[in-house]
Design a binder for this molecule. Structure first.
Ligand SMILES: Cc1cc2nc3c(=O)[nH]c(=O)nc-3n(C[C@H](O)[C@H](O)[C@H](O)COP(=O)(O)O)c2cc1C
Length: 168
């Protein structure tokens, strides 16, 4: 299968997952900003990788806007964030995509990373504010102190899914 990983990443966590995935399944990973949409036409399999920021899936709007281009391809979406609650993630994803879209583009979520010292001042402020409103004590701590949830094995379900697709 002629595939590609297209990702957006602000601080590098989604990039790292995209690169690990690229190594695991042997397809290239490219940053969304460097891609021309026409350039994706030859690929029949696309993995989108996007972080969550302020309750948004950064790449979701683009994917939806150009759905007509992508819908004939095999698609997978992975998202990266700090949320530990799968129900919350599910709700975010369902806000963007219809059940039919999610059927055509299964979604996988993975814990990312936040290094407080590397955040720009606005992101630092927003993270502190989010911590103040977060009820889950562990997530509150993660937001305040930063966290590193990056594990290569977090990719295992996603890799398993892709391997079943490419075996077909
Ligand atoms: C300002 C800000 C807002 C964030 N909002 C969310 C959010 O709504 N949901 C979530 O799960 N994670 C959120 N995060 C955590 C990031 O998604 C996480 O750190 C991720 O690893 C960032 O990916 P990147 O390094 O590829 O940019 C937020 C982080 C920052 C700095």
């Amino acid at each position: 299968m002629n595939g590609i990983v297209v990702y957006y990443s602000k601080y590098g966590a989604t990039r790292t997952y995209a690169e690990w995935l690229s190594q695991e399944i042997g397809i290239p990973a490219v940053e969304y900003k460097t891609v021309k949409l026409d350039g994706l036409d030859p690929y029949n399999f696309i993995v989108f990788g996007s972080p969550l920021y302020l309750g948004r899936i950064v790449l979701a709007k683009t994917i939806k806007k150009h759905w007509h281009r992508f819908k004939s391809k095999r698609l997978v979406l992975f998202t990266v964030g700090s949320t530990r609650d799968p129900i919350q993630i599910d709700a975010v994803v369902k806000r963007y995509f219809t059940p039919a879209q999610l059927n055509a583009m299964p979604h996988f979520y993975m814990l990312g990373r936040s290094e407080i010292g590397r955040l720009n001042p606005l992101d630092g402020f927003l993270t502190k504010t989010a911590a103040a409103f977060t009820k889950d004590p562990e997530e509150k701590r993660m937001l305040k102190e930063g966290f590193d949830g990056m594990r290569r094995e977090n990719l295992s379900r996603l890799v398993g899914h892709i391997k079943t697709l490419t075996a077909k």
